[in-house]
Ligand binder design. Structure first.
Ligand SMILES: [Zn+2]
Length: 452
């Protein structure tokens, strides 16, 4: 007798979609049977032929906890994840006070956030110029990767020089750990910012021009060169443009262990949105031209961009104020953890005709493999955690502030309309959200570490 059966499922894998019943016992998938087979379970959920995806893993989210809870916290951030179909959040080490840079801080963070998580979570470890001696300790503690900047960063964190990146990669290589980078060249951006500041009036085009594509390409190439030299594993965060994806594709073909990640906003919005709507659409790297958006989908489909994340980067509305802070001073970052799945389905599958299978890969399998969670997370296969998302492909939606579970109910995605919505989310066989409402219990979410 099983604990739970999801009957009449259309099971989405990275390769195919097929019909079956998903049978769960003790939180893991223990059988997948054909529709005609009789199965007994304590709880039977008839999915009625809707799509069932493996739970999504958001590889890039800033939950801001502990330290900046007026922007976001675990309770609200993981509630939003649950209703949005994300069953594991890989949380960033910055916009934390203190930033997650050593083992002691790791323990404090676990204690602080674990009573409040609705879904499972992992930690990115900090990688800054003062903690190279703590990287191995953080790897031992369970950080799944290390996050660094080689471009400008917010005041609570420190970016690395290329020399420091090289030493960090040498250290991480000894424990086979992966380093992820925000790739925008520091000197180009700082120089372009100072050029813009000398103008009499600054426009949103000036902001966009201050973070040119070449800055992202140069920084990405530097990281790929160092990965080639050191043999270390790298991850290129939030790729915004197909030319950057192409560099990653070539490096992969060459045998470099590199993961390409993009975000739902780079697959949906363009620089015209920044120009016409302003700071809610400000992020870094910035949104690019419309043709780039179309081409980005091709790199998701071919697997070059194997992780599709939110880069959930929340702020208070006041911090987004152009009037108070100016175009360059207004908060850069887009809140998206709740909507990444539905937006990717609507924009990719409904609007552009891609197969739902590309989302099983970029939201689940790719992330799980990148962070060494595969085997436990990332697929609908026997033995894996029963992290499952039922998606109604016919359900139409419009994103409203009221629907958002965030501390701050603001997002570039508010007002967006589409079709196809996660309607039920299961974490380890337990339903945590249904029809945009959280029904799981706070503290159920567990810290997940790499499978070594
Ligand atoms: Zn980020």
């Amino acid at each position: 007798m099983f604990d739970l059966v999801l009957k009449n499922s259309k099971i989405v894998t990275p390769d195919r979609i097929y019909e079956g019943n998903i049978c769960v016992k003790d939180g893991t998938i223990s059988a997948i049977t054909s529709l005609s087979q009789e199965v007994e379970a304590v709880e039977v959920v008839d999915v009625g032929g809707k799509l069932v995806f493996p739970g999504a893993i958001d590889t890039h989210a800033h939950l801001n906890d502990p330290g900046y809870n007026w922007r976001e916290d675990y309770e609200h951030g993981t509630a939003a994840a649950a209703v949005g179909g994300i069953t594991t959040v890989v949380d960033m080490p910055l916009q934390n006070d203190p930033a997650l840079t050593d083992g002691k801080i790791f323990d404090v963070k676990v204690e602080k956030v674990s009573p409040n998580a609705y879904v499972d979570y992992c930690f990115w470890g900090g990688l800054v110029d003062y903690n190279l001696n703590n990287l191995i300790e953080l790897d031992d503690k369970g950080c799944v990767a290390f996050k660094s900047f080689i471009g400008p960063v917010s005041p609570d964190y420190v970016s690395l020089t290329i020399g420091q990146v090289r030493e960090a990669l040498e250290i991480l290589k000894t424990v086979d750990a992966r380093a992820g980078f925000h790739c925008e060249d520091y000197s180009i951006i700082k120089w372009e910012e100072s050029r813009a500041q000398r103008k009499e009036s600054i426009t949103w085009e000036d902001f966009l021009n201050s973070r040119p594509l070449i800055a992202e390409i140069i920084a990405t190439k530097n990281i790929l060169d160092l990965a080639r030299e050191t043999g270390a594993k790298v991850h290129i965060c939030h790729v915004s443009h197909p030319d950057v994806a192409e560099e990653i594709k070539k490096a992969k073909q060459e045998g470099i262990d590199v993961i390409g990640e993009t975000c739902s906003h780079y697959l949906t919005f363009s620089r015209e949105d920044v120009i016409s709507k302003g700071s809610l659409f400000k992020c870094a790297p910035p949104l690019r031209e419309k043709e780039a958006v179309e081409k980005m989908w091709e790199y998701v489909e071919d697997g070059t961009l194997s992780c599709l994340s939110s880069d959930h980067s929340p702020s208070a509305l006041e911090e987004k104020s152009e009037e108070d802070h100016g175009i360059f001073g207004a908060w850069g970052g887009i809140s998206g953890i709740q909507n990444v799945f539905q937006v990717a389905f609507s924009e990719g599958v409904v609007k552009r005709g891609y197969s739902p299978t590309i989302l099983a890969r970029s939201l689940s399998e790719g992330p799980a493999k990148a962070f060494e969670l595969y085997g436990k997370k990332g697929a609908i296969e026997v033995g894996f955690d029963a992290d499952l998302v039922v998606l109604d492909p016919e359900k139409e939606w419009e994103i409203t502030p009221d629907s958002l579970k965030y501390v701050n109910k603001i997002s570039a995605f508010v007002g967006l309309k589409g079709k196809g919505l996660p309607v039920m989310t299961f974490v380890r066989g337990n339903v945590v959200a249904k029809n945009n409402e959280v029904i799981g219990s706070k503290g159920f979410g567990e810290l997940v570490k790499k499978i070594k």
